[in-house]
Design a protein around this ligand. Structure first.
Ligand SMILES: CC(C)(COP(=O)(O)OP(=O)(O)OC[C@H]1O[C@@H](n2cnc3c(N)ncnc32)[C@H](O)[C@@H]1OP(=O)(O)O)[C@@H](O)C(=O)NCCC(=O)NCCS
Length: 146
């Protein structure tokens, strides 16, 4: 059974391993850095999906101007395409509803090639992409129904 729970500092190493899947060769790429992950855990932003005590997926969430941003999402390589990513996004939608967020957002570098994953989860693309250090990313939004 898969259990999704708030991460603690002891999870840092396992989170880092999965967050390394996000790495892109971009100056100041932060999302897989130990200190950055530690900081997110400390702020209570990181959640992990666990199966039989093993961390198999990660997501971090942040309140930005009363919108809930999915800052990171990744699933261990050997277990991708088995529904864990979808489960994590469903968890974040539930979290958003319980915490009275009306809007969720996320971004996704073109290099990841996962735009259609987000569309399948109900997110809509903004027309204008974003840019970070010269790398374009999709901007996506989901409006939660009351
Ligand atoms: C993207 C990612 C989180 C998806 O998680 P996953 O567990 O592999 O995906 P799921 O099995 O839950 O897929 C859910 C649905 O999305 C579809 N999907 C998954 N990855 C997709 C992709 N790259 N492109 C298009 N559709 C995709 C699946 O086919 C499935 O469709 P269905 O509901 O019709 O069966 C995972 O592949 C991953 O960690 N990738 C590497 C890191 C990354 O790119 N993270 C995203 C950063 S924005």
């Amino acid at each position: 059974m898969i259990n999704i729970r708030l991460a603690n500092q002891e999870d840092g190493g396992a989170i880092k391993k999965i967050a390394d899947l996000l790495y892109l060769d971009i100056p100041e790429f932060n999302w897989n850095k130990d200190d950055f992950i530690k900081g997110q855990i400390k702020k209570g932003e990181y959640y992990v999906a666990e199966e039989n005590g093993k961390i198999i997926g990660i997501t971090s969430l942040r309140d930005r101007n009363s919108r809930l941003y999915i800052e990171t999402l990744a699933v261990a390589k050997d277990i991708q395409s088995s529904g864990i990513g979808k489960k994590l996004v469903e968890f974040t939608k539930q979290f958003a509803k319980e915490n009275n967020f009306k809007i969720m957002r996320t971004t996704s570098f073109y290099e990841y090639g996962v735009k259609d994953f987000w569309i399948k989860q109900g997110f809509k693309l903004f027309d204008e992409p974003g840019q970070y250090s010269g790398h374009e990313f999709y901007r996506l939004e989901l409006k939660l129904n009351d």
